[in-house]
Design a protein around this ligand. Structure first.
Ligand code: C5P
Length: 237
């Protein structure tokens, strides 16, 4: 389970990042860097984490024209990010160009291909919010599955989605497709702005390959104890 928990280092405070990663380093394999951590640590963090046997999920959710995203993803592959995501709503061509660029960068630099993920619909958006914000009559789950299939056809390895959508995505995209789920809340944690949530055990039961947990660990009084409780819950699934 240690390989399936990703801890979101959602802070721009370098001392806090340093403290959190050192505190969790023995029990957590994956750390997620969003804009906050990335703007503080930069690409130098990738070899630092790799050096101690850890992996980095670079969560910058790229969304731009195909040429730009391809260059961004190629560059981050070259620097050694192990998992990189982009908005599936950026379209088929954008995702396909990103895939080709990552492949070229990995081959040229003799490094492994990163896991490339499409972000479907953010887990902070519920059914009402989806219809209001996207002006869509479509059911949210249908939209998520549509994006997952588009990402798969474009050659991405998987998607980021809510644990509530794992089953329909598996049916549509098969067992080898990677599903990464944020929106994870143990019963003892506050839900914050997340809407489409489950507990860690439920997400594992439903078939998530990786779960992403931020505030329930990093904002806990004792992050190490919180991470241990979550891993225990995942093992019990
Ligand atoms: O603190 P919390 O556990 O809600 O953190 C979840 C993390 O996953 C955040 O860094 C958030 O940006 C990220 N994320 C998400 N929903 C997505 C993609 C990423 O919540 N669809």
């Amino acid at each position: 389970m240690r390989d399936r928990l990703i801890v979101a280092l959602d802070t721009d405070d370098s001392e806090e990042i340093d403290w959190l990663s050192r505190t969790l380093i023995d029990i957590v394999r994956w750390f997620k860097m969003g804009f906050q951590a990335f703007s503080t640590l930069g690409t130098e963090a990738f070899p630092w984490f790799s050096g101690s046997g850890h992996k980095v999920f670079l969560d910058l959710k790229f969304h731009d024209i195909p040429n730009t995203v391809a260059r961004d993803v190629g560059m981050m592959t070259k620097h050694g990010a192990h998992m990189i995501n982009m908005h599936a709503s950026g379209g088929f061509e954008m995702m396909q160009s990103a895939r080709k660029s990552a492949e070229n960068a990995a081959a040229e630099n003799n490094i492994p291909m990163p896991i490339l993920l499409g972000v479907t619909v953010l887990t902070s958006i519920d059914e009402d919010g989806f219809q209001q914000n996207f002006g869509s009559e479509r059911q949210l789950t249908k939209q998520v599955v549509y994006f997952a299939q588009l990402a798969q056809e474009a050659g991405l390895s998987g998607v980021v989605a809510s644990p509530l959508e794992i089953e329909p995505i598996r049916r549509a995209c098969g067992d080898d497709f990677i599903i990464v789920t944020p929106g994870i809340r143990p019963t003892w944690a506050s839900r914050g702005d997340q809407r489409r949530i489950t507990t860690p055990a439920e997400a594992i039961d439903r078939g998530a390959n990786y779960i992403v947990v931020g505030r329930p660990i990093i904002a806990a009084d004792e992050p190490l104890a919180a991470a241990e409780m979550i891993l225990e819950e995942m093992r019990g699934a």
